[in-house]
Design a protein around this ligand. Structure first.
Ligand code: FE2
Length: 332
């Protein structure tokens, strides 16, 4: 990548997978050169997106990004089709700062968010997800990143039958949504907000359109179960990722309404192999790169290739997110 505005840098614990670097990292020259960076990104957007899809993630450091509007400028320069929080079926409680930019998750600092591909548990998901660190926390708060294609290859070698079950049957996810937003939970978005509806019958209509099944509880809570969704994705010929929310649903979909043991099962209604899941989690931990946020950092991820999460933290942390180029699951 040739640019006078950005130069490639190396960062600690960067990984090498074949000819790819994870994450790829570039540095700008601070606030004065910010316009130059944006102009360069706009002129080379295709190349930047291709690099993100090849390497999985790109970190932009010292690019002169200081506030939400600068981050909006970043995603706008790349001309990504906006996938708004309102239109997504995200289960996180979030706050919008601009039309394209919102808080990554309002969950309290001690809540760990497990590795996942953004919205892989819903019919529509973003191809790209970008993050902006407006305020880096005093302690902790890294964004763990994991190359899902590398994980797939490793898991296939160790648990071929588990991979075959995911490939053959896909996955179904269930979660219980509250009647009002619960910001204490990492998955506390109300059913009205999640589905963009006001009444129970509108909610049912929307779920039916998307092939979901559902059940109401006496407390106005809604338990929704997805149709069967693919668990594995071919991101390039012969290159597969574990494009799903398996780890997060199995380990982390826990709050006063949700019990992770009811959150996920194979598409044929059978439970997942606990040995397969344990192995997947152990390998993912081994392959994780912790994005060490510095204030002003922006990261661009190909969401179909890389999983992300959030480490607990202390102190104030402000990381914003933006979702781009929504697409639907491809069924074999
Ligand atoms: Fe996420």
């Amino acid at each position: 990548m040739k640019s006078s505005a950005l130069r490639e840098i190396s960062i600690e614990h960067q990984q090498q997978h074949g000819t790819t670097t994870f994450p790829l990292a570039f540095a700008g020259q601070g606030r004065e050169a910010a316009d130059e960076v944006l102009a360069w990104l706009a002129a080379n957007r295709q190349q930047v997106l291709e690099l993100a899809s090849l390497h999985g993630a790109i970190l932009f450091r010292d690019g002169g990004f200081e506030e939400a509007s600068d981050f909006d400028g970043f995603v706008s320069a790349l001309q990504l089709d906006n996938f708004s929080y309102r239109d997504s079926l995200s289960n996180a409680v979030r706050v919008n700062f601009t039309e394209r930019v919102f808080s990554a998750n309002e969950a309290p600092s001690d809540v760990k968010i497990y590795l996942h591909h953004e919205l892989a548990q819903t019919p529509r998901f973003p191809t790209y997800i970008a993050f902006f660190c407006e305020v880096s926390p005093a302690e902790g708060g890294a964004t763990p990143l994991c190359r899902s294609d590398v994980l797939y290859d490793r898991l296939l070698a160790e648990q071929p039958e588990f991979i075959a079950s995911l490939r053959n049957y896909g996955l179904k996810y269930s979660n219980v949504m509250p009647g009002v937003d619960d910001p204490e939970s990492g998955m506390g978005r109300s059913w009205q907000s999640t589905l963009g509806v006001e009444t129970r019958s509108e909610a049912e209509q929307r779920l039916q359109q998307m092939g979901y099944s559902w059940e109401w509880s006496s407390q106005q809570e809604l338990r929704a179960t997805t149709p069967v969704l693919p668990a594995i994705r071919e991101v390039a010929p012969g290159k597969f990722t574990l494009f799903n929310q398996l780890i997060a649903a199995y380990s982390g979909w826990s709050d006063p309404r949700n019990d992770p043991s009811n959150a996920i099962r194979l598409g044929n209604e059978q439970p997942l192999s606990s040995e397969g899941v344990s192995q997947m989690i152990a390998l993912a931990d081994e392959l994780t790169f912790d994005m060490p946020w510095q204030t002003g950092d922006v990261a661009l991820l190909d969401n179909t290739l890389v999983m992300h999460g959030r480490r607990p933290f202390r102190g104030r942390r402000k990381v914003l997110a933006s979702l781009g180029n929504p697409q639907s699951h491809a069924f074999a």
